[in-house]
Design a protein around this ligand. Sequence first.
Ligand code: GCU
Length: 511
Amino acid sequence: MKKSRIAIGLFLLVVSQLNAQMWSLSQNERDSINRLGQKNHEAMKGRLGITALRPGPSGDESAPNHANYDETMADPCPHLPEILITAGGKKVKDAETWWEKRRPEIVEDFEREVYGRLPGHIPEVSWTVAVTDHEFVRRTPVIAKQLVGHVDNGSYPEIDVDINALLVVPTNVKGPVPVLIMFGRPAFPAPAQPPQEDIEKLNASFKALMIEKDPSLKTIFDRYPAYHPIVRLPPPNFFAPLPEGDLPSTEQLLAAGWGYLTLDPSSIQADHSAGLGSGIIGLVNQGRAREPEDWGALRAWAWGAARALDYLETDPLVDAKKVGIEGVSRYGKAALVTLAFEDRFAIGLIGSSGKGGTTLHRRVFGEAVENLTGSGESHWMAGNYLKYGASEATFGSMDGCDLPVDSHQLIALCAPRPTFVSYGIPEQGDAKWLDQKGSYMATVAAGSAFKLLGAKDLGVSNDYLKETMPPYNTSLLDGQLAWRQHDGGHTDGPNMKHFILWANRMLGYDK
Ligand code: GCU
């Protein structure tokens, strides 16, 4: 049982590397996307004077080139870049120096070397509510709105970008409600259906239309006179007992008086290198290749989340001062980048984000910098990030230890806003590849920024080399900086109930 669970977990992790959009494509289409992606990757290497990149290690532990899982080799450069010392060597002792001097220095390094900069002129997004539906999600009445954020493409009509999102808000609470923006696939949770009399009208007209199109169908309908092609789904049963275990995260949120907004990342920017010539990145670049400091997909997704927040600021059902961001895996990275760079976000739940997320780039354990610099993942990052995987280049060679910043500083950029770092356990499929420990170290280290700003950190020291990871299911949720490793797999679902209680406390919300 256990083994098969692990196998499924690993399978899912590998499979999730092929992003969702790619699934629907034919092999030929996938091949051509991969070829174009490699071409873009090669071109960026050329731009940067890189002739060879170190290959990334394999996630398969039986492969000869498997990733390192030996703790004694995991910290080749254990001393992390300082959070509270300025580039000029001055200690940061007060909030003012943090906001005015140190924080902008860290932002600059992350933008230039890691995630890329937002372009100076990004076209406006205009939001429309395409559909408004009144639904019942189990026992909670909700309003669900399908939202379309159309990006003005007057400057380059060849590329269309329509951000696809769905807002669901409970209507049995006073409101306005807090909302969690979740990277994922928008879908109406429980579309309202017409009553039986209307279904009968639809059936009559539908049958007539079908017979008009193909008169031979009449004999079928005559043979089965009581048969109707459109069937009304059973209505929700309000008295049905709740299923055992946790409800889906979205239902937990609604039951707690929160709304949620599902945001489709691929409608903002495709999840592959070939897509860099389209989506919002391609639109702004008018289809041309990226410059080394241009934004990558993570920053683009974060930008899209901020545009969704623009919409929420206009919706009277929503308390836009209490909007959070959530994501898992690559979208956990995107959630962290969003919280770090977009200061209107009040809170974040960062799920199993791994390398490029909360895990230290410098750590050599599981996924490596060299995986992120490969053609399959480098579109998440700025082009410049490739330098840190270079073995031969005009500038010599560099690795993760050469990065001017690391993920503890990205978490520090979120301070003092509540930041919940979530993981599962490898035994259930939240693979070692993600390096939970490297994330814990970064979270521990980030605490100094939270404390400087008068917030509470994990409640342990900030000595990331000494602190040991607490056992799973231990909640370090007393402060604005929070950590919890649940006993499930590659999801933040099992932490949702803990997140909600903590978030309510942090934001002072009680439905
Ligand atoms: C791969 C990748 C991770 C990423 C994950 C995912 O495992 O190496 O960096 O987080 O896919 O998004 O599913």
